[in-house]
Design a binder for this molecule. Structure first.
Ligand code: BGC
Length: 729
């Protein structure tokens, strides 16, 4: 039996709505005592339901974001507790949410994916209420006849710009809702995680800026919204502005939001209100109440953190407080950008599912939180958005025709499923994504010459410090072609699929890479990123590996710091520590001056910055145009904290930590380091501390797992339980 929602009718407001949310109303009287009541709902837009004035479900921003033309999630709520005797009122408010992006999907896109679902940002609602009576009968009341609709008190809502709420407004002319014949074969039950409110933060400090503006500081850059109490004379308007950072002079700074206003406007009606936005989210740390109609009291404002509901699993701590703050910033970076879709940033007029960013951060994410469901859902969207030739759009869901298939971005199709499989050990994601993974590799094969992928538009080693194309695009293309093809081979082997063709391809690409880009045992382009990729992707072996490692070492020593961008940074420290240069890697990790991971921390960062120099030491900004202070990509360094500092690694031959490799690379600049990951097989822990002239190690292996410790040249087999090694040595 299909779920009741499939029998419901799509509803729309009978007139154009623009950005105005609409409230759909349905009054009903149960025909007897009910033992269970269930609501299923979804929307083109985002909806919020109440029954008899009480919120339905813990979700916010439902139904989440997918490519609505192909897939639309619906939610199922148990509302038994909210049901009353007599007349009940179900209200579902509907705002544009991510539906706004549909208007940008241009003609070229529409040609590729024609469908019965119209584009544009007009919203629509679909819901079914099922009552199971004590007498054994059941009744389903679905959207359709008898539903009315009216303009909401939220007069305007936009994901980027915020909301305007008019407490005094009442639409006195509800209209019968119009039924529309939109498809229902796009409906899927919730596949990702619920989007929920996960934490509430009080104001830390209230101050007046040099420009004389009153500002509240929550002490943490976050994604969500502010709940506030407000009371003012009828028609008086208060505006709450949101910002991530203060400028050099200490003033409220919003230029980096670009066109995203992220403002909440509240029009008073003389009565006290507690307000919480329902159709938008903001990226912020500071808020500025402007034209506030009552006294601004810090206790009247609370920041509400919103993201996909995931179980926290990964923890790290060491003796250097700045590194601990860096780790915390990585966690907050993930919390700020895992909102049904892994986004690049949560604040400016972007907030999109950038594939490259998700790819570089995926392993770190999989350690910090259990995000298998989250990625399963997004990767299904990715597969659904893939072009007929296997090409992968830059952002998923695709929002406009902004090209596709950049090296290191499109590879998310292959790298993300593999990382999720490595961490959780569940073949399901490989099985489901395999066709998509293969299609992407086939795309590169189809666009290759002599083993190397040619042509196309690429972002390069985005935001690196060597200069735009210092690592030429063909080098990046060659490296990612080989890397993704190699992963496809491993995935095929895990699934028992014949991948011989790809094994040969990987070898050919590897050879072509060396032939084309290596001269006298060194990367001809002489950048840290090129060396790191060649080393980490296994494109050089033997003596060549040694000489490339030496090249990387001398490049770093020559300038004394990293110069890598989005594509090189995730692998840089691994490339060093895997090649006998762990001490140099620590030097980069612990460096405090620009450019480094700790520099933003010394500047007071509470999340990961998009740029190494987002804010300069004098407080000035690198750029206004592209300068996010909550961009998780460089947070990928945390997987080195887990894998090399504390030393927890999963073995690809025993994924999901079935076989654990403990390979800590302790360094005397730290007194101790410790990490734990709550894996699917139990708690895995690793740590060390200085002991005499050396280090003492402690490892925990869950029941049912096997493990080995690779320590200073020794390999020690460990069984389940707790182990200490080197104590007192
Ligand atoms: C985004 C990125 C993304 C990039 C592509 C930017 O605007 O914020 O993080 O990967 O474009 O180069």
């Amino acid at each position: 039996m299909p779920d009741p929602i499939f029998a419901a009718s799509w509803l729309q407001y009978p007139k154009k709505t623009g950005e105005a949310p609409i409230e759909f109303l349905f009054d009903f009287t149960p025909r007897g005592p009910a033992k269970k009541a269930t609501l299923q709902a979804t929307a083109l837009g985002v909806y919020a339901a109440t029954l008899n004035g009480a919120k339905v479900g813990g979700e916010v921003l439902a139904p989440g974001w997918t490519n609505y033309r192909k897939r639309l999630q619906y939610q199922t709520y148990d509302i038994t507790e909210l049901l009353a005797e007599g007349v009940n009122r179900l209200s579902i408010e509907l705002g544009p949410g991510w539906r706004m992006h549909e208007k940008n999907r241009n003609k070229r896109h529409a040609k590729l994916w024609p469908g019965p679902l119209p584009g544009g940002r007009e919203t629509a609602l679909l819901a079914a209420l099922t009552l199971e009576y004590k007498d054994g009968t059941r009744e389903t009341l679905s959207t359709g006849d008898g539903w009315r609709c009216r303009k909401s008190k939220t007069r305007c809502a936009n994901m980027y710009n915020g909301e305007t709420y008019d407490a005094g407004f009442v639409d006195k002319h509800p209209l019968p809702a119009r039924t529309v014949d939109f498809p229902k074969d796009i409906l899927i039950p919730l596949q990702g995680e619920r989007i929920v409110e996960t934490e509430r933060l009080p104001v830390q400090r209230m101050f007046t800026t040099p420009q004389g503006e009153l500002v509240l500081d929550f002490g943490q850059v976050l994604t969500g919204y502010v709940e506030f109490q407000i009371k003012g004379p009828a028609k008086k308007k208060g505006t709450l502005r949101h910002a991530e950072i203060l400028d050099a002079a200490g003033n409220f700074y919003t230029a980096n939001l670009r066109r995203a206003k992220q403002e909440i406007e509240f029009v008073c009606d003389g009565k006290p209100h507690v307000y919480l936005p329902a159709f938008t989210f903001q990226g912020f740390r500071y808020v500025q109440p402007k034209g506030w109609p009552c006294e601004v009291k810090p206790e009247d404002f609370t920041a509400v953190v919103v993201h996909s509901e995931m179980k926290r699993t990964g923890y790290f701590e060491c003796s250097e407080p700045l590194v601990n703050r860096l780790f915390s910033n990585v966690v907050w970076g993930m919390r700020g950008n895992f909102l049904d879709v892994p986004t690049d940033c949560p604040q400016r007029d972007e907030r999109l599912g950038w594939t490259g960013d998700a790819q570089v951060f995926c392993r770190t994410a999989s350690y910090l939180y259990d995000c298998e469901r989250f990625f399963s859902k997004w990767l299904a969207d990715l597969a659904g958005e893939q072009l007929p030739n296997g090409g992968v759009p830059h952002v998923i869901p695709r929002v406009h025709w902004n090209g596709d298939s950049s090296a290191g971005w499109a590879d998310a199709a292959v790298i993300c499923p593999w990382e999720i499989y490595r961490t959780y050990g569940n073949q399901e994601i490989l099985r489901r994504q395999f066709d998509s993974m293969r299609a992407w590799v086939d795309y590169m094969i189809a666009h290759s010459k002599g083993g190397l992928w040619t042509g196309g538009g690429h972002f390069g080693d985005w935001l690196n410090l060597d200069g735009k194309d210092a690592t030429p695009k063909p080098v990046l293309q060659g490296a990612f072609f080989a890397y993704s093809t190699g992963i496809l081979v491993k995935a095929g082997e895990a699934l028992g699929i014949d991948v011989e063709k790809y094994r040969v391809q990987r070898q050919q690409t590897e050879q072509a890479f060396r032939r084309e880009f290596i001269r006298d045992g060194k990367l001809a382009c002489n950048t840290q990123t090129a060396c790191a990729l060649a080393l980490h992707f296994g494109l050089v072996q033997g003596d060549m590996r040694k000489s490339v490692a030496a090249q990387l070492e001398s490049l770093i020593r020559a300038c004394g710091h990293l110069t890598t961008g989005f594509l090189g940074a995730p692998y840089l420290l691994h490339a060093l520590s895997e090649n006998g240069l762990a001490s140099l890697a620590y030097g980069l990790l612990l460096r405090r001056e620009y450019p480094s991971w700790l520099y933003p921390v010394t500047m007071g960062a509470t999340t990961i910055w998009e740029r190494w120099d987002g804010q300069r030491p004098d407080g000035s900004f690198q750029s206004a145009g592209m300068n996010s202070f909550n961009h998780y990509a460089y947070g990928s360094v945390a997987d080195w904290l887990f894998g090399a500092v504390a030393g927890i690694q999963t073995d690809e031959a025993g994924p999901g930590f079935r076989h654990i490799v403990f390979a800590p690379r302790p360094d005397a600049r730290l007194d101790y380091a410790h990490a734990e990951i709550d894996t699917r097989r139990g708690l895995v822990k690793a740590g060390w501390r200085k002991s005499g002239e050396g280090f003492a190690y402690a490892f925990t292996v869950p029941e049912g797992c096997t493990a080995e410790a690779r320590l200073e040249g020794r390999v020690i087999t460990l069984g389940p339980g707790e182990h200490t090694i080197g104590e007192g040595e």
